[in-house]
Design a protein around this ligand. Structure first.
Ligand code: PMP
Length: 385
């Protein structure tokens, strides 16, 4: 039986992306590949809202965690003071990462399920001199979306570089480097719609100027090395530091082409529509979301009814043909599950998803009239304009 993968990455891929993975590998230094790589870098630049005259796009073999490293360690030294806006699991990961590079790490930690209030950031930046701060745009562990635009309004007036983890957002949520973001990154396997294995991002001039004043503190993550590659590829000359993942970059380029032909604005609207319908279905069944109000359009984290065995629930939904992800936040791990709804998500998949949740809840003994969640999702889809 074919199962529908509704986890927050890796996601379901379009068939032209999968087909691209089966093309025989060509030479990484061939003209043909350099032109694919160049197109991918250019499309990344526009999806991030940057421009190749201002920003430096990069595509590096590795996962989103490599993106976290490349996007931060190149802009700090061991004396740097950094601020982590910690809204969940991936905020903790930034703290862990920074602890290897500097002792001066501070955090802002809003209560579980809440985004940071930009005014709290202003208070922090008014009274401290941070070299760099990180924000997780959408925290995949909670489904909370931070208001990056308003945060950038604050940080761009200071010397604090703003680094945005867009792993669970870029391609599904509005993110624009022009807001005043200094560095942002994502990974191939989420809303960009390609298989896992690539860290993708853009660094703007202010960050690159900072990098120019610092000594490299890493090797594979040294953006100076990748800058030479990206610049060479953008000039159609090519470049080499580590062998690029030819097949993955080719597939990514097909997926970026899909995004460009749908149109970013329409794609974001579709994500909003599908996310609204998922949330309506969830609430229609009487369930509660972890995100109190700042909901992401790429993922929903949902509390299970009291007493539900989360392992049984996830196994029942899988038997019903849909795979969801378990909880990530330690303090509530067994009490919730996560639905990824990004990439090629359509209204049919929304209905399949809500239907599978309803049936699994029934099997767990939860009182819900079959069709209640589905009706709420249908209504939301029909009303969305
Ligand atoms: N940041 C966020 C917001 C993520 O969702 C993830 C992955 N779920 C990561 C970072 C790390 O990415 P990866 O697992 O690809 O290393």
């Amino acid at each position: 039986m074919r199962k529908l993968l509704m986890i927050p990455g890796p996601i379901e891929y379009e068939s032209n992306v999968l087909n691209a993975m089966s093309i025989p590998t060509i030479s990484h230094s061939s003209k043909e590949f350099v032109s694919i790589y160049k197109e991918a870098l250019q499309n990344i630049t526009s999806i991030f809202g940057s421009s190749t005259s201002e920003g430096l796009p990069f595509i590096i073999s590795g996962s989103g965690t490599l993106g976290m490293e490349v996007a931060t360690v190149n802009f700090i030294s061991k004396d740097s003071k950094v601020l982590v806006v910690n809204t969940g699991y991936f905020g903790d990961r930034f703290v862990d990462l920074f602890s290897r590079f500097t002792d001066k790490v501070e955090q802002i930690k809003p209560p579980l399920g809440q985004a940071v209030e930009p005014v709290r950031i202003k208070e922090k930046l008014d009274t401290n001199e941070y070299d760099l701060m990180t924000v997780t745009h959408v925290d995949t562990s909670t489904g909370v979306r931070n208001n990056v635009k308003e945060i950038a309004e604050v940080s761009k007036k200071t010397d604090t570089l703003l680094v945005v983890d867009g792993v669970c957002s870029v391609g599904g949520e509005n993110l624009d480097m022009k807001w005043g973001i200094d560095v942002a990154f994502t990974a191939s396997q989420k809303a960009l719609g390609a298989p896992p294995g690539l860290a993708v991002g853009v660094a703007e001039k202010r960050a690159l100027n900072r990098m120019g004043k610092l000594k490299p503190n890493s090797f594979f993550s040294d953006l100076r090395k990748w800058e030479a590659v990206s610049r060479g590829v953008l000039e159609s000359k090519g470049g080499y530091f580590g062998t690029p993942n030819v097949n993955l970059i080719t597939a990514l380029n097909v997926s970026l082409g899909n995004i460009m032909s749908e149109g970013l604005e329409l794609r974001l609207k579709r994500h909003e529509k599908m996310a609204s319908a998922i949330r309506a279905g969830i609430k229609g069944m009487g369930l509660e979301l972890i995100a109190k109000k700042d909901h992401a359009n790429t993922i929903s984290a949902v509390y299970l009814p009291n007493g539900t065995d989360s392992k049984k629930f996830l196994s029942d939904t899988e038997t019903n043909g849909v795979v969801f992800a378990s909880g990530l936040m330690k303090e509530i791990a067994g009490r919730y599950f996560r639905i990824g709804h990004m990439g090629s998500i359509s209204s049919s998949e929304v209905m399949i998803t809500i239907g599978a949740i309803e049936r699994a809840l029934k099997l767990s003994g939860y009182e819900v009239d079959p069709g209640t969640g589905l009706a709420a999702s249908q209504d939301s889809l029909l009303r969305f304009s």
